[in-house]
Design a protein around this ligand. Structure first.
Ligand SMILES: [Fe+2]
Length: 205
């Protein structure tokens, strides 16, 4: 068994005009596929060959400080996981926060507009390649960014939503204008119902 490239949860042109079909063809069909294929190449014939992607990421994260071969596995496996989570973080037309998440957005940020501003600032301001995340830190909501393949999946915080800020996510559509891409994703595409489900799981006793 090996890990698989997940299908996009919408049509390739469903996120237009904010993210084009051309971008999704390349980003999902080539970049994400390459991370999956390289991960499978690294785990073939090893004890991780049949492991779930989350387990591979966790193992590689734990071992990469002492085993140099684990660095490349971590980078590819974490990128494979981050991209799967990114596709699920968006939906055509976006959605609104519900339930416990909606109440916590008001408590921690004063409302959705301020949280959107914080996400835009983190995504636009992150230096170099990486990811901007909404995470649950205990019951509290936090906006963070990570570099390269780094992911809160291997820490104590629980990922709720993510925005890819690698250039490959926006260069075809927006060239160097990362802020234009980020504004489209945050204001029009983020799936707050997905975040609300993740939040409810994060705070469940
Ligand atoms: Fe990406």
């Amino acid at each position: 068994m090996s890990i698989e490239l997940p299908r996009l949860p919408y049509a390739q042109d469903a996120l237009e005009p904010f993210i084009s079909a051309t971008t999704l063809q390349t980003h999902h069909g080539k970049h994400h596929r390459a991370y999956v294929d390289k991960t499978n190449g690294f785990i073939a014939g090893t004890p991780l060959a049949d492991a779930k992607l989350e387990t591979i990421v966790a193992q590689a994260a734990q071992r990469k400080a002492s085993e140099p071969a684990m660095v490349a596995l971590f980078n590819n496996a974490a990128q494979a996981w981050n991209h799967g989570f990114y596709w699920l973080s968006m939906r055509p037309g976006g959605s609104s926060p519900q339930g416990a998440l909606e109440a916590r957005v008001r408590a921690d940020f004063g409302g959705l507009p301020a949280l959107r501003d914080a996400l835009k600032a983190a995504a636009t301001g992150h230096f170099g390649s990486g990811w901007a995340w909404l995470v649950a830190d205990g019951a509290a909501l936090k906006v963070i960014s990570t570099s390269n393949a780094d992911t809160p999946l291997v820490g104590k915080q629980v990922p709720l939503l993510v925005i890819d800020v690698w250039e490959h996510a926006y260069y075809i559509d927006h060239h160097e204008r990362r802020a234009a891409y980020v504004t489209g994703v945050v204001d029009q595409l983020l799936d707050w119902e997905f975040a609300a489900r993740n939040y409810e799981r994060a705070i469940a006793p």
